[in-house]
Design a protein around this ligand. Structure first.
Ligand SMILES: [Zn+2]
Length: 239
């Protein structure tokens, strides 16, 4: 068994609202962007260059795998309300939150472990979530509004083992906690759900109806419900 140390990241690309709408009109009826269409996809990918990489089971958890994360309270756009949206984003995977009639798979746990002033980006054994003016966040490509970095042990056989995930949201953009009117801002829970998908081991898909699609639009709340492909991916990693 060989052991290597690798760093990979994926990010949430920005696409202007005008371009996004134009693509939607060209590719599909606008209604296909909503609700039940999320349930016709089998698209998913793995985060680490197509290699299956998973968290080991948490001690004391009934889940097949999971991780425990902290939230840095400094710089949260709407304070504790933002923190709650970040937690909901993780819970959307824990609870298999979907519009497809698929029951709670309960095979992965992301556990909130309180607030902590630690910053995201350092490999320090703490899975940190924060907001920062660093642009692009965590060294992701220009245009990224958020970024998740996973560290994993890579094995020659069997799945790789993720042992840390850090997540950063870019304060250069406006953020919406879903508690009031949203204007030209990114929905915190939606982006947190997408980034939590990276933390658990999923990569991007080209299907825009799925939470793991790489691009976002202002005020879009649809990624809060994970799609059928997203669920298949989670099930593949944590059966
Ligand atoms: Zn992403």
């Amino acid at each position: 068994m060989t052991l290597a140390f690798v760093l990979r990241w994926r990010f949430w690309l920005v696409l202007s609202a005008a371009v996004f709408v134009l693509l939607a009109v060209l590719d599909r009826p606008a209604s296909a962007l909503l609700g039940p269409s999320d349930c016709n996809s089998s698209a998913y990918s793995y985060f680490f260059s197509g290699q299956k990489s998973v968290w080991s089971p948490l001690v004391g958890s009934s889940a097949a795998g999971g991780y425990s994360y902290v939230i840095n309270p400094n710089g949260l756009p709407q304070g504790s309300s933002t923190a709650q949206q970040l937690i909901y984003g993780h819970k959307n995977w824990n609870q298999t939150n979907n519009d497809c009639g698929i029951g709670n798979q309960n095979n992965f746990d992301a556990v909130f472990n309180g607030e902590n002033n630690v910053q995201a980006g350092a490999q320090d054994g703490i899975n940190a979530v924060d907001f920062s003016t660093q642009d692009p966040p965590l060294g992701c490509s220009a245009g990224a509004i958020a970024c998740t970095v996973d560290w994993a042990y890579v094995y020659s056989s069997g799945p790789n083992e993720i042992h840390e995930a850090d997540m950063r949201f870019d304060l250069q953009y406006s953020w919406d906690d879903g508690q009031g009117p949203c204007i030209l801002a990114y929905n915190e829970q939606s982006v947190a759900t997408h980034e939590a998908g990276h933390a658990l081991g999923l990569g991007h898909v080209s299907d825009s109806t799925q939470t793991m699609y790489s691009q976002s639009n202002f005020c879009d709340t649809s990624p809060q419900t994970i799609g059928s492909g997203d669920i298949l991916g989670m099930r593949s990693l944590y059966p």
